[in-house]
Design a binder for this molecule. Structure first.
Ligand code: IMP
Ligand code: MG
Length: 175
């Protein structure tokens, strides 16, 4: 499979993704029963994972998609992300952040802290994919679809230079 200038091989079939997403939704539905959680998916990457996951959640819940953008100016720690699009008050709410992939964990780390500042009752992270480097950021990702090697992947929301988000399966770059 070719996207722009790169070749990719099938890596995770849509059936395997579907099964895993359903299992995660079941786990979340049990854990959050009676807590009316708020799901906060991070655009654009999380759009397919979030919609498939939330469709399988069987308890009352709310949803607010957010986007990240970089702050103007830099800091010693590199790029800091700022959230936009949040249209609800998260104070005293049980929040589940949803992303497609956590690589270095830098993005999720800064989002997590920004959300914590809003004084929610709890915050957990759900990511479809997790790369091993994320461990360095000491992020606890409670709900992980698949832990994958440190290779570039596309499909099911994930892009290569803007393309490939529409693919039903996940593909890995050919080495
Ligand atoms: P982090 O801050 O390094 O964890 O970056 C996470 C973001 O980088 C993800 O939300 C993706 O947008 C992007 N990313 C990281 N790895 C991949 C990949 O293998 N394929 C596509 N996007 C990726
Ligand atoms: Mg992303």
């Amino acid at each position: 499979m070719r996207i722009k200038d790169k070749e990719f091989d099938l890596f995770i079939h849509e059936d395997a993704i579907g099964k895993r997403v359903k299992a995660l939704a079941g786990e979340i539905s049990t854990t959050y029963a009676g807590l009316d959680p708020v799901f906060v998916p991070i655009l654009n990457g999380a759009f397919l994972f979030a919609s498939d996951l939330i469709k399988e959640v069987s308890i009352p819940c709310e949803l607010s998609f957010v986007k990240t953008s970089s702050y103007d100016g830099t800091t010693s720690t590199g790029e800091i992300k700022k959230l936009s699009g949040l249209n609800m008050d998260l104070r005293s709410r049980h929040v589940v952040l949803i992303d497609d992939i956590i690589d270095t964990g830098l993005t999720m780390h800064s989002i997590f802290h920004e959300i914590m500042g809003m004084k929610p009752a709890s915050v957990e992270i759900a990511s479809l994919l997790l790369k091993p480097e994320a461990v360095q950021k000491q992020l606890e990702v409670k709900y992980v679809g698949f832990t994958i090697p440190n290779d570039f992947v596309v499909g099911y929301g994930l892009d290569y230079d803007g393309f490939g988000r529409n693919l039903k399966d996940i593909y890995r770059i050919k080495s």
